[in-house]
Design a protein around this ligand. Structure first.
Ligand code: NAD
Length: 305
């Protein structure tokens, strides 16, 4: 089978080598399209491929209809909101992600950003510590669980809410379960967002919710910018001079947020999964999933059922 690695932002070299070894070892042909600058390049590259590995590349209905032989596409990463799932189903293409492969990288970044934030962005003045602070984890999935694991090392008091993960599972990992988002924001000094961008979660982090936080509340977002109601968060930060917003996903209203000096920080580019380890893990997992799909029809990680 012919497998295309289509990455506008390429994998690290070691990851590409690992992916090739996996696929070529199973007699698949691998072709590379990296750093493409125009959609037409992607449209011609997909024309005769059976499978694709992508990263944040946008795969819409036009790409699916150009990819006449495509049977499976694997997003090397967790979020798959860059793929038009309705078009994938209409074109009979299996879509998979590689859950959990970059969760440690994202969790480590959460703490890098948090220490930076509570130390006043290293402004030379005294800051505070994470030890003993109440941390709220919104969504106890792969990243949320890794955040909880690291938070224990900082001796934080950890709370979590997940719409689909039962309270007893959360409690079993030594984390207090709360009943809903409101309770989490009311209780916690810091809330770390790990919800996917869905119709329920988009713009769900709004004025009323964040306003429930105690004095000095910090919201940290390493999930998706779409979950924030930016207009309302800006209004709240104008009304409450104690609230901070730290994000790994530059908001659309970045310039407006940047006016909150000392209370807002965004990484210049999404950095969460940008480690050599996460790159390799996710890319190689994608290659293995493609191998398993063609060898046995395995669709364990399918997200468009
Ligand atoms: P995951 O699928 O393992 O976990 C998501 C969790 O969200 C699940 O436990 C699910 O039950 C829960 N959930 C879904 N809808 C919910 C709702 N309405 N309320 C509460 N909980 C809800 O995903 P993950 O790997 O933990 O990733 C989490 C998010 O982080 C994803 O949106 C992903 O796009 C983003 N992410 C960002 C980066 C980055 O580079 N910053 C890297 C990886 C993942």
């Amino acid at each position: 089978m012919k497998v295309l690695i289509a990455t506008e932002k390429p994998f690290a070299e070691a990851a590409v080598k690992g992916i090739k070894e996996e696929l070529e070892g199973a007699k698949h042909e691998v072709v590379l399209l990296e750093k493409y600058t125009d959609k037409s390049q992607l449209l011609s590259a997909v024309a005769d491929v059976d499978a694709m590995i992508i990263r944040s590349d946008k795969i819409d209905a036009e790409v699916f209809s150009a990819a006449k032989s495509l049977k499976i596409i694997v997003r090397a990463g967790a979020g798959y909101d860059n793929i038009d799932l309705a078009a994938s189903i209409a074109n009979n293409v299996v879509v998979e992600n590689t859950p959990g492969q970059n969760s440690n990288a994202v969790a480590e970044l959460v703490f890098g950003l948090l220490v930076f934030a509570i130390r006043g962005f290293y402004n030379g003045k005294p800051g505070t510590e994470l030890k003993g602070k109440k941390l709220g984890i919104l969504a106890f999935g792969n990243v949320g669980r890794n955040v909880a694991r690291v938070a224990k090392g900082f001796e934080m008091d950890i709370y979590a809410y997940d719409a689909f993960c039962p309270a007893n599972v959360i409690e079993a990992s030594g984390v207090h379960a709360v009943n809903n988002e409101k309770e989490l924001f009311k209780k916690c000094d810091i809330v770390s967002l790990h919800i996917p961008a869905t119709s329920e979660t988009k713009k769900s982090i709004n004025y009323n919710l964040v306003n429930m936080m105690p004095k000095g509340g910090i919201v940290i977002n390493t999930a998706r910018k779409e979950v924030i109601n930016e207009e309302e968060l800006i209004r709240l930060m104008n009304d409450r001079a104690d609230i901070k917003y730290i994000t790994d996903i530059k908001p659309d209203a970045d310039e407006e947020f940047a006016k909150f000096e000392g209370r807002y920080f965004s990484t210049p580019k999404k950095m969460g999964a940008q480690t050599a380890e996460a790159n390799s893990n996710a890319g190689i997992a994608a290659a293995r999933q493609i191998k398993a799909f063609f060898a046995t029809g395995d669709t364990k990680f399918q997200v468009n059922k």
